[in-house]
Design a protein around this ligand. Structure first.
Ligand SMILES: *Cc1c(COP(=O)(O)O)cnc(C)c1O
Length: 359
């Protein structure tokens, strides 16, 4: 039996998508469901979003796209970061739209798949993927007709959209908008945080991921999204430390004080509880914080429950992510970001999907 229960609220995912779709209108709101929908399950998430009217999905790899196509025969599916030339046949057979990141990919697509329309990725300052400004200029000169060359739109990606005042946001926006206007191509620009930079930072198609899953796209202020994930895990054992005291966990990194009550809880770093939370993180019992003591193990972690009014017993449930501790807050304690917390959630939890209403 699973020691943890992971609840994923599809109604909240759908509400988050509707909120963003309303905010960006008349731009189109797609959904990024790469990496198994950020660890939450691509099938239930994508099906709920498609039912709600989402018509465009973005994934990272060809394999993800082929799996999604089998579930949703009619939606648009774009592939962000896979090879293009070796995959041309599969891409076209499954009616997938690749993102063309470099000149070789553009040449292959134009030669073998045009006039089927792909996204052309312009690197506006992140230096990760996409055509450099010089490559874009050269391509523009030699391409009289984008449609005929198999290019249906231009996309770019912000490096610092979660920092509202970062100067790179305007620089990237201006480069992308200028290129799209000159070429008269549709533009896809905003990720979750980019959407919140304002209407002129979004382009014609936005690509939110994290905000759909309840993470905060505006870390400089309160989270405008509905929480999606709840994670609770059972207590395995409770002990009171003997009068001679001792130490707790691997490496004896924490002191066990006489009389201290420790609960051992059944999740560890193999379940996505980052080891960096050792001696730092917290779990919650009925709203009361229980600090982690000692190092996080692979399958368990110890917390101090001495001060709780009701001492937990084996089989009781501790909140890991929920009303008292968001995925973002847990990530912060671990020195990482909510994306990594969600995509690290292990396979050992019993998963429950709360269905989306039809409202
Ligand atoms: C992952 C990704 C997104 C989604 O980003 P969020 O910050 O999760 O909204 C959008 N565009 C690209 C290119 C991505 O790689």
């Amino acid at each position: 039996m699973a020691l943890g229960r992971l609840t994923i609220n599809l109604d909240a995912v759908v509400a988050n998508w509707r909120q963003l779709a309303g905010l960006v209108r008349p731009a189109e709101c797609a959904a990024v469901v790469k990496a198994d929908a950020y660890g939450l399950g691509m099938q239930p998430v994508a099906e709920a979003l498609a039912d709600a009217g989402c018509a465009s999905f973005w994934v990272a790899t060809l394999d993800e796209a082929v799996a999604l196509r089998a579930l949703l025969p009619r939606v648009r599916i774009a592939v962000l970061s896979d090879q293009v030339e070796p995959n041309i046949r599969e891409l076209t057979a499954h009616r997938l739209t690749p993102v063309l990141n470099h000149p070789g990919a553009v040449a292959a697509w134009t030669r073998w798949a045009a006039p089927a329309a792909a996204w052309l990725h312009l690197d506006t300052g992140m230096h990760r993927l996409g055509l450099s400004p010089a490559e874009w200029l050269a391509l523009s000169v030699e391409t009289p007709d984008w449609r005929a060359a198999g290019i249906g739109g231009l996309m770019s990606h912000y490096a610092c959209a979660d920092e509202r005042e970062h100067r790179l946001n305007v620089v990237q926006r201006d480069r992308a908008v200028t290129a799209a206007q000159t070429a008269r191509l549709r533009l896809s620009l905003g990720n979750s945080s980019g959407i919140f930079l304002g209407s002129d930072f979004r382009g014609d198609v936005v690509r939110p991921g994290m905000a759909l899953y309840g993470l905060n796209p505006t870390p400089y202020t309160e989270n405008p999204m509905r929480p999606v994930v709840t994670l609770e895990v059972q207590v395995l054992q409770v002990r009171a430390v003997a009068p001679d005291g001792g130490t707790v966990g691997y490496g004896a990194s924490a002191t066990a004080s006489p009389g201290q009550v420790l609960a051992t809880v059944g999740l560890g770093y193999a379940d996505g509880l980052h080891r960096a939370l050792s001696n730092r993180g917290r779990l919650y019992f009925n709203g009361a914080a229980a600090p982690m003591v000692g190092r996080v193990s692979m399958d368990s972690v110890m917390v101090d429950v001495s001060h709780l009014t009701r001492e937990p017993a084996p089989g009781d449930w501790a909140e890991v992510i929920g009303p008292n501790q968001s995925a973002d807050a847990l990530a912060d304690m671990a020195g990482t970001i909510g994306y990594e917390v969600l995509t690290s959630l292990g396979a050992r939890y019993a998963r429950t999907y709360l269905p989306a209403g039809n409202g």
